[in-house]
Design a protein around this ligand. Structure first.
Ligand code: AP5
Length: 207
């Protein structure tokens, strides 16, 4: 099964990806996580994208597409993939369609006014990739999954979030129509409890 998770920043893509990955044994490929790993490990790619990510803009298409192509060639992707954060604009979507088109695109819908609260309360674990919210775990320092040190992502500040949302509106939202016209799009209400959102996704995937 080849799945793309679509949705605004903070809509819950990473949260749902963790559950989908576990239930369906699919490789979770988050372009944001790959970029962040590169920044953490001081790679040349990391150096190239760091300042871009800090502003909330998109990283260059050629670089991002090559990175995803390479990742999808790995043996664990032979039975499918779970893409989170890619594609992010029409150019990337058309490119993915040519090299490894998705079977289904799950668009997690959420009221943009609620996103600010979700993102500013997010705590991320760089060790296991977990994403949590202080409303659920409290303002703790340790990851509930792996005991890693929780962090606040550098791009989770109000100014960058504003830019990320503007980029979403301008560049990523048009993918909803793109995939709808191809008969691949399923909308999921992301404004429910995390387990309810996941139950909706499972219903769709098992149809
Ligand atoms: P990326 O890492 O992809 O970030 P994003 O798309 O902005 O998405 P987020 O990770 O912020 O949110 P999410 O939807 O995963 O939400 P989450 O589950 O954590 O991209 C970062 C940057 O990398 C980009 O700005 C760009 O620079 C670059 N980049 C990445 N991909 C690229 C590409 N393809 N091309 C070019 N550049 C690229 O949830 C958010 C919070 O809400 C959490 O605290 C969570 O606990 C909570 N939450 C989740 N679900 C619920 C719920 N149902 N109810 C209540 N709370 C919930």
């Amino acid at each position: 099964m080849k799945i793309v998770l679509l949705g605004a920043p903070g809509s819950g893509k990473g949260t749902q990806a963790a559950f989908i990955k576990q239930k369906y044994n699919l490789p979770h490929i988050s372009t944001g996580d790959i970029f962040r790993d590169n920044i953490k490990n001081n790679t040349p790619l990391g150096a190239q994208v760091k300042s871009i990510m800090d502003t909330g803009m998109l990283c260059p298409d050629d670089l991002t597409i090559e990175m995803v192509k390479d990742r999808l060639r790995k043996p664990d992707c032979h039975n499918g993939y779970l893409l989170d954060g890619f594609p992010r604009n029409l150019f990337q979507a058309e490119s993915l369609n040519r090299f490894d088109a998705p079977d289904i695109v799950i668009n997690i819908e959420i009221d943009l006014n609620k996103i600010r609260r979700r993102i500013t309360g997010r705590r991320s674990c760089p060790k296991c990739g977990g994403s949590f919210h202080i409303d659920f775990i409290g303002d703790v320092k340790e990851c509930p999954n792996c005991k890693g040190q929780l962090i606040i992502r550098k791009d989770d500040n109000p100014e960058t979030v504003k830019e990320r949302l503007a980029v979403y509106e301008r560049q990523t939202k048009p993918l909803i129509d793109f995939y709808e016209s191809k008969g691949k799009l399923v909308n999921i209400d992301g404004d429910k409890q995390i387990d309810e959102v996941f139950a909706e996704i499972v219903k769709v995937l098992e149809k």
